[in-house]
Design a protein around this ligand. Structure first.
Ligand code: CP
Ligand code: NVA
Length: 309
């Protein structure tokens, strides 16, 4: 079965509750028995266009594709210079003739839409300024490892950014109680909140957006944060440091959460800004499980999009 409603995964909205649940089940299977899938994508080639730096996304996609029997070609922005050396639609038209799938990390989400429009092969969002769907898949694989399929309360504290958008959408799609605590002016975008509310109505999940981290952290089973300054926003760093005061994920905030609460962060972290060292190193932290699960959940995605599995 194909996991996607269309050919691409640009947004969590390209999944359905059923296909998302199925992907997470397959991710668990891949994690448990990786060798069972070692030739599943034999002969398939993946192009990876990255306009921004990456550790986790790049290595997990490359290593994942290799361990499924396929191969990946990494194309950095200084090599391809998409939009400068040639337009994004010409990059897409060329790659379509040579490879079976494109994974792209772009500054603007519009670039991904342009690539997907011109490519006749699947395009996967490896992070844009709008969403980070592959991260959210790994995150919910990790949440299920701690809490089974129980629809716990997941509270995102910080910037209503790309990571927050995908986490919120996938959470409510799967029926979780999702909360976001952010400073005024840094809420998730209206369009995302509207989409999340309509998914929540269908799934029985819920969406709460507010500005009081202590009130929203209370009794949560998951506290999640991400950097206050995302890639591409470096010029706003000083202002953001001031605006996000009081939104740090630290021991005091964790003390308000449920006793069994887990701490999550997509990484890389700016230790001492949005999250403290002691929390990252604490028993409650599942940050490195999240990072590991990027591998398994993306392998599941590649299998469903490209494979016969
Ligand atoms: N979490 C994440 O996407 O990490 P990278 O930026 O290192 O890929
Ligand atoms: N919000 C961060 C996530 C990095 C994985 C960024 O876009 O830079």
């Amino acid at each position: 079965m194909n996991a996607l409603s269309g050919k691409d995964l640009l947004s969590i909205l390209d999944l359905t509750p059923e296909s998302a649940g199925d992907l997470l089940d397959l991710a668990d299977q891949v994690k448990g028995t990786p060798r069972a899938f070692s030739t599943a994508l034999s002969g398939k080639v993946m192009a990876m266009i990255f306009e921004k730096p990456s550790l986790r996304t790049r290595v997990t996609f490359e290593s994942g594709m290799f361990s499924l029997g396929g191969m990946a070609i990494y194309l950095s922005q200084d090599q391809v210079r998409m939009g400068d050396r040639e337009p994004d639609y010409d990059v897409a038209r060329n790659l379509t003739r040579w490879v079976q799938i494109i994974v792209a990390r772009t500054y603007s989400h519009q670039t991904l839409l342009d690539l997907a429009q011109e490519a006749t092969i699947p395009v996967i969002n490896a992070l844009s300024d709008w969403e980070h769907p592959c991260q959210a898949l790994a995150d919910f694989q990790t949440i299920r490892e701690s809490f089974g399929k129980s629809k716990v309360t997941v509270t995102f504290v910080g910037d209503g950014n790309n990571v927050c958008h995908s986490l919120l959408l996938l959470g409510v799609m799967l029926g979780y109680r999702m909360r976001v605590a952010c400073p005024k002016g840094y809420e998730p975008r209206h369009e995302i909140v509207r989409q999340a509310q309509s998914l929540a109505e269908a799934s029985g999940g819920s969406v709460t957006i507010g500005h009081d981290p202590c009130a929203l952290a209370k009794d949560s089973q998951v506290l999640y944060t991400d950097v206050w300054t995302s890639m591409g926003q470096e010029k706003e760093h000083e202002k953001r440091l001031r605006d996000f005061q009081g939104f740090q994920l630290n021991r005091e905030l964790l003390a308000l959460a449920a006793p069994e609460a887990r701490v999550m962060h997509c990484l890389p972290a700016h230790r001492g800004e949005e999250i403290t060292d002691d929390i990252i190193e604490s028993e409650a932290s599942v940050l490195y499980d999240q990072a590991e699960n990027r591998l398994h959940s993306q392998k599941a995605l590649l299998l469903r999009v490209l494979g016969e599995v």
